[in-house]
Design a protein around this ligand. Structure first.
Ligand code: ATR
Length: 281
């Protein structure tokens, strides 16, 4: 029985996910397909319920879907079961149809961030450490969750709209400290991990103005932006001798859990995959 998974969102034509999952399907020789579908929030519930029914009657088995903008929050009220990460992050990026026909909502963005970091550094070093996260959107919420799970004990959260940072901080009992955008460089000497989760620095967006003078020795600097692969922030950090981690790894690693749950194979993230996905940009 052919297994099918989707990525749903709107607009969806630029998604790299079909390229990524298609690579793994071919690599592991699976009888499976991964297809992009244009879906708006208004029809998400109906789409999920009908896919489940239709495919189960034929020779095809719908296994689940990835969700992207603007569906990640919509799905919170639609799935039958929410996993703890999706609940804490407040968004679903992966839906898995289980054997009893229930839709399980998961969020694998935090795992993606952690595993990408772990490709480059020993993440145990962040136990009891301090992080500075720039930006307070959806990606930020997943990364904050991952940072605290890795043992970060103090996390400065700087955002242009301070209120958004304050709202997230209120969910985390003192571990998350909101910082006005103008003060984003004030904590650098204590920071073990710096993460840009804003869209600044992406091709076509303004640059992120973040001088790294005074950043703690040995700090790791990461960006979720992957176009360009080396943002001005990462270049500055590299030239100053800091370890850097680009945003592509998070995209690749967040996809693993869905692939494994739908198709039963735990896929590898390696240089060949990175290269193949980069060629699709
Ligand atoms: P995502 O879900 O991808 O994280 P988002 O919710 O739109 O996207 O969040 C984008 C982040 O980039 C926000 O933190 C946003 O700051 P605001 O909350 O103040 O909007 C930040 N951002 C975008 N453009 C910015 C700019 N020119 N200067 C500073 N921050 C910016």
């Amino acid at each position: 029985m052919k297994k099918i998974a989707n990525v749903m969102g709107s607009p969806i034509s630029h998604s790299l996910s079909p390229r990524l999952h298609g690579y793994w399907i071919r690599k592991y020789g699976l009888d499976a397909d991964y297809v992009a579908r244009e879906v708006t929030p208004e029809v998400l519930e109906q789409t999920l319920r009908s896919l489940k029914g239709e495919y189960a009657r034929e020779d095809i088995l719908f296994r689940g879907t990835n969700l992207t903008i603007p569906l990640k929050e919509t799905a919170l009220d639609i799935v039958d079961i929410l996993d703890p990460a999706a609940k804490a992050i407040g968004a679903v990026n992966t839906v898995v149809l289980d054997e009893e026909g229930r839709l399980i909502g998961r969020n694998t963005d935090g795992i993606g961030f952690r595993d990408s970091l772990a490709d480059h550094v020993d993440i145990d070093r962040f136990q009891g450490g301090t992080a500075l996260v720039l930006g307070a959107g959806g990606a930020s919420r997943a990364i904050i969750h991952a940072c605290l799970e890795m043992g970060i004990s103090r996390l400065f959260l700087s955002n242009r709209t301070l209120q958004r940072a304050e709202e997230i901080a209120a969910e985390y009992d003192g571990a998350v400290v909101p910082l006005p955008w103008e003060a984003r460089a004030s904590a650098l000497e204590t920071v073990d991990l710096l993460v840009n989760t804003t869209s600044l620095g992406m091709t076509g967006q303004p640059e992120l103005d973040m001088p790294l003078d005074g950043l703690k020795a040995g700090a790791v600097v990461t960006d979720i932006v992957y176009v360009p692969l080396e943002t001005a922030l990462l270049k500055q950090a590299r030239l100053k001798g800091y370890k850097t981690v680009d945003g592509l790894g998070m995209l690749l690693h967040q996809a693993k859990a869905g692939f494994e749950a739908w198709f039963g194979v735990k896929p590898d993230v390696d240089d060949d995959l990175r290269q193949f996905v980069l060629e699709g940009l």
